[in-house]
Design a protein around this ligand. Structure first.
Ligand SMILES: *Cc1c(COP(=O)(O)O)cnc(C)c1O
Length: 362
């Protein structure tokens, strides 16, 4: 089976992790954590980074640090992972779903404008499948931006790391992401107050001066030193990981271009092409297509559903998301993929298109 995801682990990762396992205790118990956070902040060109249990924890911390809660609204795109809507619900606020753009598949600033109310406390854009949300356009609304950059590690927006222009941003190193630590994530900000508040709340609200003295009900979204060792090695190899993802995309593009819509980010974005993705023409049944590929040993993923479609929410009229989410497919994009495998996937896709009697309409 050719899988959709796959990581790249070398001797460097093994070396750091073994060192953390053997020696990362006692006085050295935070060494890799602190190093990982420091190098991450440096990479981002930002002041503060807190390694977390996952991207979800980093998003959650952002909301708590901004004191967002009951009666507040947070704007999120329909096409994202439900980590976004979950954390908004968990702090007692209301997620407000908006449509996406047809080309980048990220949040549509025009629709954001229509959905802003007196209660809106933040915008939570997601950088989806290698595209970057248009933060410059969102900045015009003068609302805090909590960026879900979970999939965007290594991507650039106007030449800066994606996430660097937000008030806070969240990254994920879950096993399918470009950089992995098993599970894990990162919270970043330039704002000292938000950072200090996030640190405090992430330590169960413990007093900064009196050990084991709790001042507020808190959280604990922490990463382990061993995971940080893995993360540090992955961060140091990031250019290599991005290069491979971009190569995979270009292999796909050279074979599929003209037949189907691929993820082409905005011209101001340097994509990490986390997942090469396609939008099937509406004459093709997505489930049949994915099943037919599976028969050939090719694993694919459907796009995330528009979140408002879940019965726990009220379905929104978001025509672009409802079209793209329901016809989108993530192709195998693991870091171990070979050109031969990509060619095999492309051969299979094109063969299926001809079997379905689908003529290129893109
Ligand atoms: C992976 C992902 C997350 C969640 O990350 P975890 O580390 O699994 O908590 C959030 N949002 C998006 C868009 C993601 O792809």
């Amino acid at each position: 089976m050719i899988h959709t995801a796959g990581s790249s682990i070398t001797k460097l990762e093994e070396k750091y992790v073994m060192d953390a396992v053997r020696h990362g205790w006692g006085a050295k118990c935070y060494d890799y954590l602190h190093k990982f956070e420091a190098e991450f902040a440096k990479y981002m060109g930002m002041k503060y980074a807190i390694a977390t249990s996952g991207g979800t924890g980093a998003l959650w911390l952002s909301l708590v640090a901004m004191n967002i809660g009951k009666g507040d609204e947070v704007i999120i795109p329909e096409l994202t992972y439900y980590a976004c809507s979950d954390v908004v619900k968990h702090v007692g606020a209301t997620p407000v779903f908006v449509d996406i753009l047809p080309d980048t598949w990220c949040i549509d600033p025009e629709d954001v404008k229509r959905k802003i109310t007196k209660r809106t406390k933040a915008i939570m854009p997601t950088d989806i499948y290698g595209s970057a949300a248009d933060i410059k356009a969102l900045r015009k609304f003068n609302l805090p931006i909590i960026q879900d950059a979970c999939e965007a590690m290594g991507a650039l927006y106007y030449g800066k790391p994606v996430g660097a222009m937000a008030d806070t941003a969240a990254f994920s190193f879950q096993g399918a992401k470009i950089m992995v630590t098993g599970t894990g994530g990162m919270f970043v900000t330039n704002d000292k107050k938000l950072y200090e508040r996030a640190e405090f709340i992430n330590d169960h609200g413990e007093s900064n001066t009196k050990k084991f003295w709790q001042e507020e009900v808190g959280y604990e979204f922490e990463m382990s030193n061993m995971q940080a060792a893995l993360g540090l090695a992955q961060l140091q190899r990031l250019p290599q990981l991005v290069k491979k993802k971009r190569q995979i995309f270009s292999w796909y593009k050279s074979r599929l271009r003209g037949n189907i819509q691929l993820n082409e980010p905005d011209k101001n974005t340097y994509s990490n092409y986390w997942m090469t993705s396609i939008i099937l023409h509406n004459s093709i049944d997505r489930d049949t297509f994915m099943k037919d590929l599976k028969k050939r040993g090719i694993d694919t993923r459907p796009f995330f559903y528009p979140i408002s479609m879940f019965p726990i929410y009220k379905e929104q009229k978001t025509p672009v998301a409802h079209t793209i989410c329901l016809q989108g497919v993530n192709l195998p994009s693991g870091l171990q993929l070979t050109k031969k495998q990509v060619n095999y996937v492309c051969d299979s896709i094109l063969k299926l298109f001809s079997e379905y009697d689908y003529k290129a309409q893109y």
